[in-house]
Design a protein around this ligand. Sequence first.
Ligand code: NIG
Ligand code: FE
Length: 417
Amino acid sequence: MKNKQVLLSHSIYTAVEGQELVDGYLVLEEGRIAKLAHGEPSSADLKDAQVHDFRGQTITPGLVDAHTHLVHGGSREQELALKLAGASYMEIHQEGGIKSTMRATREATEAELLDKALATLLSMLQHGTTTVETKSGYGLDKETELRVLRINRELNKLQPLDLVSTYMGAHDTPPEFPDQAAYIKFILEEVMPQVQKEKLAEFCDIFCEEGIFSLEETREIGEAAKRMGFKLKIHADEIVPMGGAGLAADLGAVSSEHLMAIADEDIPKLAKSGTVAVLLPATTFFLRSEHFAPAKKMWDQGVTVAIASDYNPGSSPCENLQMAMDMACLGMGLQPLQILKAVTLNAAKAICRDHEIGSLEVGKRADLTIFKALNPDYIFYHFGLNRVSHVFKDGWQVLRDGQIDQAALQSVLRTKR
Ligand code: NIG
Ligand code: FE
């Protein structure tokens, strides 16, 4: 039901500083949060309302997955044996890695790419995600990159989750460009103007890593992207500490991602510039890396920390954001309430959507995730399975007891802006 609804719970996580937990109720009206209060709803609150009794469960803002590589062809399970035999990410990269997904993406039909991504989005929804950032970067040539970004736009209309699109031509240099400088010139002059013209991406992302794009190249692409009107994200300091996080801060990037190898001196720079650190612990786990990004250190020094899945076929083939949340807790040592903030309000900040989503505040969109958990701690304690029971998108209950409600889903699509 779209109109007035009242949700009861002893455990409502709001993501609002100073009022994180509420034992009370939420009123939703016209797809937005109309009221949040402690205690019992009054008869005026209940008048003409549909009541949902979620006492015994925990309500949070809808989860925001702020870093994914959603649309791509194929899979890379053959890399598992190499990895278990001790090959590093960069060794696998030389043999196949991103380029093997590039080939599969170029070869796939539009319908194949779309169907695969659609299935993943519905799985994300079943695991509690309501908004997803998604990057291109597995086509690399102009035609495939534009196709992927147009598919992102199409996907936005075909299913309830909101997609935020990022152009990531600087994910790797394709084999048809033996000269990396020529490839950079090509993306700056041929591809990015077209992406802008068709308004296909809000952000531009660059893989700043030893053997991929250098600090200087990242600066060149980043500055040009900003001049063209893109907001900036940088994959930085994932494997080698190159100063990518410091550069992200210098360039005023909205976010800087991975940061497993961030240098200590770059942490205060992120705090000062307000660049969100998007950390991807499921990737650390899947790459079998030695240590997680220093999440606690960043948090304590005032960096805005978000946690995301990094869903992609190479380093994190997992669309379940709860997996990354579990690793942020038991691997990185973040507290449950910090992690909930990192996948809601802070993740919304990483995609510039915090004015609309990410916290339970009057006026914000009624995107809600309900966990089978008496309290926030229980979400992280009962690990390894899907704890999400219900999801509301724009006030519509699209997931009910773990099942997608097709009628509600169609209603969201009708009202999608
Ligand atoms: O975010 N680090 C760069 N890009 C992806 C992985 C790319 C791949 O291996 O396919 C990531 O981890
Ligand atoms: Fe990534």
